[in-house]
Design a protein around this ligand. Structure first.
Ligand code: URP
Ligand code: ZN
Ligand code: ZN
Ligand code: ZN
Length: 508
């Protein structure tokens, strides 16, 4: 990025970087179309001290209130990104966006909250949580944590309870890939699913068969395919489909809800469809890269260009993206994340001779809201209300913070965007706010621009200018037992009562 922090260290922008002075704590957003997942209406929105106080037409206010004109525009809940990796140590590198720069980028793109994956330290959850609390001190927007489970013992099991009951974490992620690093086996997944169920925590999976991936990688290297295309070829959709099916069946066996992160292929989609059609509680999260791109650039002769698209599971051939879009529009998939996990060209170059060493991950935290609008709403596949549901509301419901987040209702946090459907956006690494030096959406132009972002009642993005304060973001504790857990006990009881009496045998 060409952006520098101001000398003062707190302004952040292009044309006019100023020290943020806390402007009026009272805001009126006037004349816009307020869009919630359940309803779209013409209304004003009045905000005081970070909270939405009123949503109704023709609100009259005094001179001390900052008024924003939203006529002809959509006033929507700020985006919530359920899947990010800020300041993560991964594959011998650390992601270049930390909790300040990644969040600043998010705010410039209309996202006002994210949920990051806290990674345990040598398997230790408490140490991992503390490390991420420290990383997040510079936050300029609200955030929550999922926690990864990378090994299993009594301490991990006990710490999961502490995380849920005392630390505000209500979801745990299991990596079925990255063998030799964070990958876990079925035995651990089963223990983890049982523990998640008893705590009311949501189990999440990165679904790829990690053993088979290693086989696939060996095969590519033997064939002399060492470039970025080898990454995609070594871990085809069938391996994503297999792991997705396996995780879904194990979750069914335990009878607990499952959330599949970064659904990238038709193969995985079909498994989710089958499970949902049978009544199983499975959530599928596509990420923007998989939703709007295809794998063709992995064959680009320029290594850096190709390597910037390397993520896992890989971005697939074009038919997969179309199917993921259709699945979002019909409700088969429920929300969109980014998996924002950014490495600079120099870091990607670690794998110049061997794709296995290219740090995995792509950008998206800043682009998600624009690209989902352009790809899904502008194309006519979904409505504005659907858009709010897929980018914000459903995430808030799943992670049990609705309607504090994910809604424009009296009493909700004032995390709000104003989107102008007649204005256009253009994406480039020369103008984006992330610290990454490339952008997988370079040159993308589209319709529908986030003109204003309000986070915690403060205007943080306006006139293409960011005004963000490190330390102003709040940690959002997320309580267990979301709506997916409703009825689980009844289903378990029904199962037990359906078991026929044990057979009494004379020889036993
Ligand atoms: O390539 C990816 N997805 N990097 C981030 C780690 C993960 O698997 O989510
Ligand atoms: Zn500046
Ligand atoms: Zn993953
Ligand atoms: Zn991820």
């Amino acid at each position: 990025s060409n952006h520098q922090f101001c000398e003062a260290g707190i302004g952040y922008g292009e044309s006019q970087c100023g020290i943020y002075s806390s402007s009026s704590t009272k805001l009126l957003i006037k004349g816009g179309t307020v869009v919630n997942a359940h309803l779209q209406e013409l209304a004003d929105v009045y905000v005081e001290d970070g909270i939405i106080v009123a949503v109704k037409p023709n609100i009259i206010v005094g001179d001390d209130v900052t008024v924003l004109d939203a006529s002809g525009k959509f006033v929507m809940p700020g985006g919530i990104d359920p899947h990010t990796h800020l300041a993560m140590d991964f594959m011998a590198s650390q992601t270049v966006d930390d909790f300040f720069s990644g969040q600043a980028a998010a705010l410039a793109g209309g996202t006002t909250m994210h949920i990051d994956f806290a990674i345990p330290v040598n398997g230790n959850l408490m140490a991992g949580f503390q490390a991420y609390q420290n990383k997040a001190k510079v936050s300029c927007m609200d955030y929550g944590f999922h926690m990864a489970i990378t090994k299993w013992d009594d301490l991990v099991s006990r710490d999961m309870e502490i995380m849920v009951k005392e630390k505000g974490i209500n979801s745990f992620k299991f990596f079925m890939a990255y063998k030799g690093a964070v990958m876990v086996n079925d035995d651990l997944i089963l223990e983890g699913l049982k523990r998640c169920k008893s705590l009311g925590a949501l189990a999440m999976v990165h679904a790829e068969n990690g053993d088979a991936v290693v086989e696939g990688q060996k095969k590519m290297i033997e064939l002399g395919i060492t470039g970025p295309e080898g990454h995609a070829l070594s871990r085809p959709p069938v391996l994503e489909g297999e792991a997705t099916a396996r995780a879904i069946r194990l979750a069914s066996f335990v009878n607990t809800p499952l959330y599949v992160v970064h659904v990238m292929s038709i193969d995985a989609l079909e498994e989710i469809a089958k499970a949902r059609n049978s009544g199983q509680k499975v959530i599928g999260e596509p990420v923007v890269s998989g939703l709007v791109l295809d794998d063709s650039e992995l064959w680009n002769p320029d290594f850096i260009t190709a390597a910037k698209y390397v993520m896992s599971p890989p971005i697939r051939a074009s038919g997969h993206a179309k199917a993921l879009q259709a699945a979002l529009s019909t409700g088969l998939l429920q929300l969109v994340g980014t998996d924002h996990c950014v490495f600079n060209s120099t870091q990607k170059s670690l794998g110049i001779d061997d794709f296995r060493k290219i740090p995995n991950g792509v950008n998206g935290i800043e682009e998600r809201m624009h690209l989902v609008w352009d790809t899904m709403v502008e194309s006519g596949q979904i409505s504005a209300t659907d858009y709010v549901r897929l980018t914000s509301t459903e995430c808030a419901r799943i992670f049990n913070i609705y309607p504090r987040k994910g809604a424009i209702l009296a009493g909700s946090d004032a995390d709000i965007i104003i989107l102008n459907p007649n204005s256009s956006f253009e994406i480039s690494s020369s103008s984006h706010h992330s610290r990454i030096d490339t952008n997988i959406y370079e040159g993308w132009r589209g319709k529908g621009k986030v003109e204003v972002t309000i986070a915690g009642g403060r205007v943080v993005w306006e006139n293409d200018e960011l005004k963000v304060v490190p330390g102003s973001g709040k940690y959002i504790e997320m309580p267990p037992f979301n709506y997916l857990f409703n009825g689980i006990e009844k289903a378990d009881a029904r199962y037990l009562s359906s078991l026929r009496a044990p057979v009494k045998r004379s020889n036993s």
